[in-house]
Design a protein around this ligand. Structure first.
Ligand code: BES
Ligand code: ZN
Ligand code: ZN
Length: 473
């Protein structure tokens, strides 16, 4: 079958990166001209007759000695961007994918870029709607590698799901509907239960209830469990922040700061998407995800600045800022999970603080942990997926969380804001090995970057799956 485009990768300064003989005048002319340097991500389209195909995408991969999984992901993302612009449906790739790591990175670069959120367009047949690549064939791919690539396809489906959930209207992805949609998507291999408002009252989850009390849509919590290794003692608890919309509450955000706040459940989406992939891959690990879900709305029923609310753990919290709501719902979910699930380790992921965006930007998430080995394992997993984390200390700034009338305040001042949020969470972990990932900068982008599309990135799904895969027996 003839593809719409044949992808021809070249190393910077080092010639072609494929074995097949492809030779036709426009390609020879391009290479002789010196205009194409082969820098990573360079793309030139050529037309002519070089075999079956008549349209060619000449792609730069950068210097061969500098090649890495991440450089390949980015180079192929750049190819895919141009393929989508031209509305091409099928591509054939000439590139010897003989090692799983290389093949996986190439496929990830393509799959992660081959995404568009078009559900909210009025007319799906409209010209402007981005079309996606439908078929990709690869020359002489060993069947062992071909099989290994299924793993990347499964994980990409989870990334798409996380992106879809985050990109959806906050007025549609309300706590209850979010939980329902996730439960039906998770399907049979992952057992899900939803604690509704009545359950949350009975359980005494006063912080989650407080954050959700101002909204038309009631808060809830989804629990999703996968037991891939029933004999093992290890049980990993993943907790994801699920604020379906963050207005800031009575401490109302500015218009600019509120604009992106449908992304405030990206932590929950990433954790649920990760457990689905882990179950599909049949990894031998035991994982429970808890996603506390609430809308932080402004209105006459909103929880109040200066009031004190009782957490599930029994600790009381004086609210100094209703916009510091993420740590409240996470505190209840972490404490509930530690008590009921008895995990051997806890990881939470949350779009928690604006301060982490200032500190690390949109390509690196903050990592905090009370456990060296856990922090190292997360950092290692992050190196291999290209989803960067940078560990920050949990310095003893606990005095800033002192309250005169309660056990804690929910905001400790602007300085070291992300760390103080982490210290607040630590109060609810009961000493279990724990890591906190602040992904406020990486979850949602104003414009596409590398293999991340605009808006929801699905950040963290691959990192968590990789971490869990390394833990699996
Ligand atoms: N959801 C926000 C954090 C956020 C900021 C996420 C930017 C994504 C992008 C969080 O609930 C929040 O508002 N945090 C406050 C805390 C402060 C009041 C202590 C913040 O960071 O300003
Ligand atoms: Zn907030
Ligand atoms: Zn928030």
């Amino acid at each position: 079958m003839q593809a719409d485009v044949l992808i021809l990768p070249f190393w910077e300064g080092g010639g072609k990166a494929f074995q097949e003989k492809v030779s036709f005048t426009p390609l020879e002319d391009l290479l002789h001209s010196g205009d194409f340097k082969g820098k990573a991500g360079d793309v030139v389209f050529l037309y002519g007759k070089g075999g079956r195909e008549s349209r060619f995408l000449v792609l730069g991969l950068g210097k061969k000695e500098n090649v890495s999984a991440e450089s390949l992901r980015k180079a192929f993302a750049s190819a895919l961007k141009r393929i989508k612009e031209k509305n091409l449906k099928s591509a054939h790739l000439l590139f010897p994918l003989l090692a799983e790591e290389i093949a996986g990175a190439v496929l990830e670069g393509i799959l992660l870029s081959n995404y568009a959120f078009s559900r909210l367009k009025g007319d799906a047949s409209e010209e402007r709607i981005p079309r996606l690549l439908e078929t990709l064939s690869i020359s002489s791919l060993p069947s062992k590698i071909e099989k290994a690539l299924d793993r990347y396809r499964t994980i990409a489906q989870s990334v798409y799901f996380a992106r879809d959930l985050v990109n959806d209207n906050a007025d549609h992805a309300t706590p209850e509907k979010f939980a329902k949609e996730a439960a039906s998507w998770l399907g049979g291999k992952v057992k899900t239960t939803v604690l509704d408002c009545v359950d949350l009252e009975r359980e005494g989850m006063g912080l989650l209830l407080a954050v959700g009390q101002g909204a038309r849509y009631k808060p809830c919590m989804i629990q999703a469990s996968y037991r891939g290794d029933p004999e093992a003692k290890e049980h990993i608890l993943l907790v994801g922040k699920g604020v379906t919309y963050d207005t800031g509450g009575l401490c109302l955000k500015t218009a600019d700061n509120m604009l992106t706040m449908k992304c405030d459940m990206a932590g929950a989406a990433a954790m649920l998407a990760a457990v689905k992939a882990v179950a599909e891959l049949g990894l031998k690990v035991n994982v429970t995800v808890l996603a506390p879900l609430a809308e932080n709305a402004i209105g006459s029923k909103s929880f109040k600045q200066g009031d004190v609310y009782r957490s599930f753990s029994g600790k009381t919290v004086e609210i100094l800022n209703t916009d510091a709501e993420g740590r409240l719902i996470l505190a209840d979910a972490i404490a509930w999970g530690v008590k009921h699930c008895k995990p051997t380790l806890v990881i939470d992921a949350a779009t928690l603080t604006g301060a982490i965006v200032i500190a690390l930007g949109d390509e690196i998430a903050g990592l905090f942990s009370n456990d060296e080995a856990l922090a190292q394992d997360l950092a290692d997993a992050s190196h291999s997926t290209g989803e960067h984390v940078w560990r920050l200390p949990l310095h003893d700034y606990k005095a800033s969380l002192h309250s005169d009338i309660a056990d804690l305040v929910n905001m400790g001042g602007r300085e070291a804001g992300s760390m103080k949020a982490a210290l607040f969470l630590q109060e609810f972990t009961e000493g279990v090995p724990w890591a906190h990932i602040d992904m406020a900068g990486t979850a949602f982008l104003g414009k596409p970057k590398g293999y991340s599309p605009t808006k929801a990135t699905g950040w963290g799904v691959r990192l968590l799956v990789e971490f869990l895969a390394r833990r699996a027996r």
